[in-house]
Design a binder for this molecule. Structure first.
Ligand SMILES: Cc1cc2nc3c(=O)[nH]c(=O)nc-3n(C[C@H](O)[C@H](O)[C@H](O)COP(=O)(O)OP(=O)(O)OC[C@H]3O[C@@H](n4cnc5c(N)ncnc54)[C@H](O)[C@@H]3O)c2cc1C
Length: 359
């Protein structure tokens, strides 16, 4: 948590209610390449704090410790509507019903995931939590989706309704991890691509095009039968800090605060796949991400979950004033770029031998 997750911002289902991970950091203790163990906060070594809170991994130092704001245990509503996908058209309809309402969901304080798959027989679901609404208010927000799910035969319905819980832990263990049964795969050879889709894409004149692009991205990433797949095909995340304004102390892309959906998808291969096969899967991902790039030209993405070979990565990961500031901070605390990584601040370029596994 103190390392890579926070280095690029850190999103999650409660980000709408409480902000990104970096919004909740009080201080870091960090070892600097120029020497010294220092404490960085919003009051002390502010430039180091800025770089650690969204500047990307390996920008200024090795984090030894971080201290966080905690929040009171709060009851919340869990909306969980899931079906075993009957047909590809049903998956598209589910996407339309859910994604077209995503801006309203954000405004009402929901956070969660649209995990909809065109793979017949696999689960498509929308799972969200909300610590602000009563059960009746929450149910009213998702009633059209509940009504649609209820039209399917009982043996196709995994869940359909709003379930009050006493704690986030309960929501997490019983709903967010539990029924999907999807323990995050560890060490799977895979790579992802994404875009932060911001609120203007939900304007009345734009929303149909946005839904169409989200459906197309889902279909484009569904691998042909028999091919390796990356868990669920796409995960459209309602995990942005939509209702939490930027503080100016952190370096994540400005697009995060206006993001309605963090549109994420991936491709996978096997440990013994050929180089050509892997290259083919990566090209397929790049092509699919092109659908999102076209939907939002010059858009941004979340560095931790961007396509690894994103062109113009400096502009896609950071706003230009932030990038310039991060480069200056890097020069000050790590002048030889002792710490560096692929397309991070201080990246030594694709031809550097360190990166041969990427190329
Ligand atoms: C299955 C899965 C689910 C995910 N879900 C989410 C999600 O819900 N929300 C989200 O925000 N992200 C998510 N991510 C992305 C995640 O934020 C990144 O993979 C992140 O890089 C993980 O950080 P790590 O420290 O665990 O990883 P590592 O691979 O260990 O590190 C990543 C980078 O950070 C650097 N680093 C690690 N520790 C330190 C340190 N102490 N000091 C300085 N640099 C350090 C490393 O050198 C490396 O460059 C997910 C990833 C996966 C694989």
């Amino acid at each position: 948590m103190s390392g890579g997750w926070l280095a690029s911002g850190g999103h999650g289902v409660l980000a709408n209610a409480y902000g990104l991970g970096v919004d909740n950091v009080i201080e870091f203790k960090v070892v600097l390449p120029v020497g010294g163990l220092v404490t960085a906060s919003r009051c002390q070594n502010k430039d180091i704090f800025f770089a650690l809170a969204g500047g990307g991994p390996n920008t200024v130092g090795v984090v030894m410790e971080s201290t966080h704001i905690t929040h009171p245990v709060t009851p919340m509503q869990v909306a969980f509507m899931g079906i075993l996908t009957p047909t590809v058209n049903d998956a598209k309809k589910f996407m339309e019903l859910s994604a077209s309402r995503a801006l309203d969901f954000q405004k009402r304080g929901w956070g969660g995931y649209l995990a909809i798959t065109p793979r017949v027989g696999e689960m498509s679901a929308i799972i969200m939590v909300n610590p602000k609404l009563s059960t009746a208010e929450a149910t009213s927000d998702v009633q059209p989706i509940i009504d649609w799910v209820a039209t399917f035969p009982a043996d196709k319905i995994v869940a359909n309704g709003v379930f009050p819980v006493d704690t986030f832990y309960q929501a997490f263990t019983q709903f967010l991890v539990g029924p999907t049964g999807e323990a995050a795969p560890i060490g799977q050879p895979a790579t992802v691509g994404s875009r932060l889709l911001t609120e203007e894409l939900w304007a009345p004149s734009a929303v149909n095009g946005t839904v169409k692009a989200l459906q197309d991205y889902m279909i484009a990433l569904d691998p042909p039968a028999g091919e390796e797949s990356y868990g669920i095909v796409v995960q459209y995340c309602l995990t942005s800090p939509f209702n939490t304004p930027a503080t100016g102390f952190t370096a994540e892309p400005a697009a995060w605060r206006k993001t309605v959906l963090h549109a994420l998808g991936g491709v996978a291969w096997s440990y013994d796949s050929t180089r050509d096969y892997k290259q083919g899967r990566k090209t397929a991902l790049d092509t699919a991400v092109g659908i999102l790039r076209k939907l939002k030209p010059n858009g941004q993405c979340y560095m931790n979950e961007c396509f690894y070979d994103e062109p113009n990565y400096e502009k896609t990961y950071w706003d230009s004033a932030v990038y310039t500031k991060l480069v200056a901070i890097k020069k000050k605390y790590d002048p030889t770029a002792l710490l560096n990584c692929w397309k991070c601040i201080g990246w030594k370029g694709a031809s550097n031998p360190k990166y041969k596994c990427y190329t």
